[in-house]
Write a protein that binds this ligand. Structure first.
Ligand code: C2E
Ligand code: CA
Ligand code: CA
Length: 402
């Protein structure tokens, strides 16, 4: 590293700018160049969290929390960075206009809360989870660049690299399969499997998500028809499909929803639209309108990852919601952690009071399932019941599900 001028730092391609585990005393704004953020995991695994270019800020957590660096940052090319030390930051803040100072303090408190929550939940939103790593879903910075700039994802769907896996959802009381959640997988021929946690946010950004979701709806409806044909003793299985806010706020959404259902001959009553709370907060009017239209057809609307988003529950009355899916972090912790257990109990009783169906996500042990049964949770999914699987394995799974 060479010192260019006061607070300006120059790094050559390959230089380490920030080292994971080091004490952090400053943040950097990238003025020129490109850097890569890397996390070192156990067993020497290194995971890339993506790249950042000019205008981005890196290492900002250090000047807020003054804790050890949680990731390393390397220069991918010769880069010029502006360093902001803790002292600079505090000095600037103390001199700032009182309103500005207050806003900064509120933002910083919220930021800390988000980080704390993400930590409690065991993962950082948007980043691959440890399970992703186990599955080999290691992000490749190059792959991301191509998705961002090219038509690669559209091509991938056409080439059959993008597939859906299905995770069974059971009625907890009887353990009987009542439906499936469709989950997208991308098996890149050179880059290997890429986690939906990585590619979904990117295709949301560049708009390909609309086409991808339409494809997922049609594929999963066709699969549901085939499953029903094979499994005569199962009637009215449902298919739960994840939709992004980009989908729900798209003016063509309801039109293609109707077209696909008609074409595949699936009853709207068999469709659960999975959305997250964020959509309801960001685009309330549009979301309400689209979801109401879908509900009128008989389809269900599920709130995904319930409990991780917003503390205001007033929206539960405002929006036409039929199902709450309790986030897996609460299920994972409820056996040991009283707060999580209380939260699960409250969500279940809230659901009963409001006539909502409750689905527990991420059931990994018999103990968790038994506890949920005692608490009268309606339905559940998770590795204990089954991992998401390709359609070809469903038949065998169903024959063992009595
Ligand atoms: P999600 O909607 O919350 O989906 C559940 C995720 O939890 C899935 O990860 C699933 O494999 C995982 N999971 C299920 N049971 C267990 C368990 O017992 N333990 C643990 N540790 N994990 C479990 P996956 O398939 O990697 O998907 C990640 C996320 O990507 C999804 O989270 C969803 O937000 C998004 N996603 C996946 N497919 C689609 C899609 O077709 N459209 C949209 N918009 N988003 C999708
Ligand atoms: Ca989901
Ligand atoms: Ca979820």
């Amino acid at each position: 590293m060479t010192k260019a001028s006061e607070n300006k730092k120059f790094f050559k391609a390959g230089d380490t700018i920030i080292k994971q585990g080091d004490e952090g005393e400053s943040a950097f704004i990238i003025e020129n160049g490109r850097v890569e953020i890397l996390i070192e995991k156990e067993h020497g695994l290194v995971q890339s969290l993506g790249t950042r270019g000019s205008g981005s800020i890196i290492g900002e957590m250090a000047i807020i929390d003054k804790k050890a660096r949680t990731a390393s940052v390397k220069a991918l090319e010769d880069s010029e960075l502006l360093e902001i030390t803790c002292q600079d930051f505090e000095r600037k803040l103390s001199k700032a206009d009182p309103v500005m100072r207050m806003i900064m303090q509120v933002v910083m408190t919220r930021y800390r809360d988000t980080i704390k929550r993400a930590h409690i939940l065991g993962n950082t939103p948007g980043y691959p989870t440890p399970e992703d790593l186990e599955k080999g879903f290691i992000e490749k910075a190059n792959a991301l660049e191509t998705i961002k700039t090219g038509n690669e994802f559209k091509e991938a769907i056409r080439n059959g690299e993008v597939l859906l896996n299905y995770q069974p959802i059971i009625e907890i009381k009887t353990s009987k399969v009542i439906g499936f959640e469709a989950l997208m997988r991308w098996y890149h021929p050179e880059k290997g499997p890429i986690s939906p946690n990585i590619f979904i946010p990117l295709i949301e950004e560049n708009g390909f998500i609309v086409e991808a979701s339409r494809w997922a709806l049609e594929e999963s409806c066709k699969a549901l028809k085939r499953i029903e044909k094979q499994q005569e003793r199962y009637k009215n299985l449902f298919m739960s499909i994840n939709f992004s806010s980009v989908d729900i706020t798209n003016s063509k959404f309801k039109e293609y929803f109707d077209t696909v259902l008609k074409k595949t001959d699936v009853k709207p009553q068999q469709i659960h639209l999975e959305i997250t709370e964020r959509l309801l907060i960001d685009e309330p009017e549009k979301a309400k309108e689209t979801l109401q239209e879908c509900r009128k057809t008989g389809a269900s609307v599920s709130i995904d990852d319930f409990g991780t988003g917003y503390s205001s529950l007033s929206y539960l009355h405002y929006f036409p919601i039929s199902t709450l899916k309790i986030d897996r972090s609460f299920i994972a912790n409820m056996v040991e952690d009283k707060t999580s257990l209380e939260l699960v109990k409250s969500i279940i009783s809230l659901g009963k009071n409001m006539n909502l169906e409750i689905i527990a996500e991420g059931i990994e042990t018999k103990e968790q399932k038994d506890l949920l049964r005692k608490m009268k949770c309606d339905a559940g999914q998770g590795y204990y019941i089954s991992k998401p699987m390709p359609e070809s394995e469903i038949s065998e799974f169903m024959s063992q599900n009595t």
